[in-house]
Design a binder for this molecule. Structure first.
Ligand code: PMP
Length: 597
């Protein structure tokens, strides 16, 4: 083996090819790393430390000025042999080169050639790209200033005290991808029996042979077999904690999580997976924004704009943060048919409006507010927009970039995915500027007894152990919905809604709340004169029809509607016209039992 200083990337590539298997290549990297000379103690300083690496890594650059030009030589060392091996690889691409050559080097291609892109676990790959960033920063400082490579303050990249992801390896260069086509634009046909066949819980048979008619999808959706299988696969085949172990199970888990994150990114049209934060659900996502953004940016007298139909999850966190910060809440009233009063919305916006928090679809009225119009008005007033996508994301296309959404929160369990996991999307600049919310493991880059530095996105907001199998299976759920296509799904759900709507209007004393079918998703909340909501729900259950009753976590809305409770039937992509007919028959049955007719 040639001395390290003479080793070339071609020789390394030959050796890797000769070894063939990752096991052997990995041992070779460790062996190479073992030969990397150590640095002096004083060189392992904070100023020389490379931020963004899981291991401790120090770079000591030397610049050689000679008549032929300026060349760079880096001596480096880490606290792990495998990382030292990666340093050796990296330095074959750097040492003895001019700054311009370094800046032109395609590091990714070189790493791919060795198979490193495929085999390194995500945190190690991120660490490697942090080193690349550091190398580039050093080269930029010494490159002739021709306007193309502005010379930054080298200490930006050196002192490591700044941990925003703009200096992380996850720059637009390495991670950001253009938003894909909105799923709604894909054409597909919809075969409801084939879809329904994939949901085992819908095929259970109750006592006396009564089938299940599940009309509570707005509360939580049933799961297709592929989602159930995926979660099971994780536990049975490769379960481990995520973003921690370099062993194979840990590596597989981290990759599967990143794949899920990427599917979700595409699904909502985000620019980068760094903007996709796994949370426990919608409630947790909104609390995160209210606390991490609100505490930092809301001042006394700033306005948080809500409306009367919001779920408690999109009211109470704001009430709480308003109490803490002195901000005030403004509630936009609803029209009598349960829509946001657009004129009142316009008037509610002032120069003090900081954020508009609005549902993508009401979980009671089914109202789908005209987000484009609301967002344009909010933006014109200088306010950010958070969309509570708990009900909308599973049923209609969302494209955060095209729609101009700043924050989007949604839950896996309503999206035909597992419970216990959800997503918060946030625009990168906003997430970068926010303080962390929960603190602990994984969200840090470095901890000392007297302080800590936060990790880059998305880890910054993912403290502690994630709901691992759930977050992975959420990616499967997203793929399931994406493959069906929102166009046919939406059309199917709307036809169920219209069928239910027509039949329900024929039932005496039944009152449906909210707008007509052209302004709502497939959710119908109603009351029947002379019957308590709970009694109706209970009697429907006798016929195997599962609906929810109560205030549905929207007490202010029920106050506005003037009723303490409603019964809600909500439809999902697996419901059929027969489900609607069974529901209508069951309503007639309830009326007879309650002697209403
Ligand atoms: N917002 C809306 C509109 C909802 O329907 C729900 C769930 N009912 C939530 C927020 C809260 O979702 P989760 O309980 O999954 O956090």
């Amino acid at each position: 083996m040639p001395g390290l200083q003479d080793l070339t990337i071609d020789e390394l590539a030959d050796e890797f090819e000769f070894l063939g298997q990752w096991d052997d290549q990995c041992r070779y990297l460790i062996e190479l790393g073992g030969e990397l000379p150590d640095l002096a103690l004083e060189e392992k300083s904070e100023a020389n430390r490379v931020p963004g690496c899981q291991s401790q890594v120090w770079f000591v650059p030397q610049v050689h000025e000679d008549p032929a030009g300026t060349t760079i030589e880096i001596r480096a060392k880490s606290d792990a042999h495998i990382v030292d091996g990666l340093i050796v690889v990296l330095l074959t691409l750097v040492n003895g080169k001019t700054p311009e050559e370094i800046l032109k080097t395609d590091f990714t291609a070189a790493f791919k050639r060795l198979g490193l892109e495929a085999h390194l676990v995500p945190q190690r790959r991120n660490g490697l790209y942090s080193m690349v960033e550091r190398v580039r920063a050093i080269a930029r400082v010494h490159a002739p200033t021709d306007g193309k490579h502005p010379s930054p303050d080298p200490f930006d990249a050196v002192n490591g005290s700044h941990t925003s992801s703009s200096s992380s390896p996850r720059t637009s260069e390495t991670r950001a991808v253009r938003p894909s086509l909105p799923v709604a634009e894909r054409a597909a046909t919809f075969d409801v029996s084939a879809v329904r066949a994939q949901f085992p819980a819908l095929h259970q048979v109750l006592e006396r042979g009564v089938p299940v008619t599940y009309l509570d999808t707005a509360s939580s959706a049933q799961k297709p077999q592929c989602v159930i299988d995926k979660e099971r696969e994780v536990y049975e085949q490769y379960y481990a904690n995520a973003y921690r172990g370099v062993y194979r199970y840990g590596d597989r888990i981290s990759r599967e999580l990143e794949e899920s994150r990427e599917r979700i990114r595409r699904f909502i049209g985000a620019e980068s997976t760094d903007e996709i934060i796994f949370t426990p659900g919608t409630t947790a996502g909104i609390n995160l924004v209210a606390n991490a953004w609100g505490r930092r940016f809301l001042k006394p007298g700033d306005e948080i704009v809500l409306n009367e139909m919001e779920h408690h999850a999109n009211i109470v966190p704001w009430q709480w943060i308003a109490q803490q910060t002195g901000a005030v809440l403004t509630y936009v009233p609803l029209t009598d048919d349960g829509r946001i009063d657009l004129e009142a919305f316009g008037k509610a916006l002032t120069s003090r409006s900081r954020i508009v928090a609005v549902t993508g679809m009401s979980n009671v009225l089914g109202t789908a507010p005209p987000l484009t119009e609301l967002i344009a008005k909010a933006k014109a007033a200088g306010a950010l927009v958070l969309v509570d996508g708990a009900q909308s994301v599973p049923h209609m296309p969302t494209h955060v970039v095209q729609d101009g959404i700043d924050f989007l929160a949604f839950s896996g369990h309503k999206l035909y995915g597992p419970s216990g996991v959800g997503v918060l999307y946030g625009r990168r600049e906003l997430l970068d500027a926010m303080d962390p919310f929960l603190c602990g493991g994984h969200m840090i880059e470095r901890v000392q007894t007297d302080g800590f530095a936060v990790a880059p996105l998305p880890a910054k907001f993912e403290a502690g152990t994630l709901p691992i199998a759930q977050a992975i299976a959420l990616g499967t759920a997203v793929e399931f919905v994406t493959d069906l296509g929102f166009c046919p799904v939406h059309e199917h759900e709307q036809s169920l809604l219209r069928h239910a709507w027509d039949q329900m209007h024929k039932i005496p004393g039944l009152r449906i709340y909210g707008p007509d079918t052209s302004h709502r998703g497939a959710i119908v909340s109603f009351t029947m004169d002379g019957a308590a909501a709970q009694d109706i729900a209970q009697l429907l259950d006798l016929k195997g029809v599962f609906v929810r009753h109560g205030h549905h976590c929207t007490m202010p809305l029920h106050t506005r509607l003037g009723v303490p409770a409603t019964v809600r039937a909500s439809f999902g992509l697996y419901n059929t016209r027969e489900d609607v007919d069974t529901f209508i028959d069951a309503l007639h049955f309830a009326r007879r039992e309650l002697k209403l007719s």
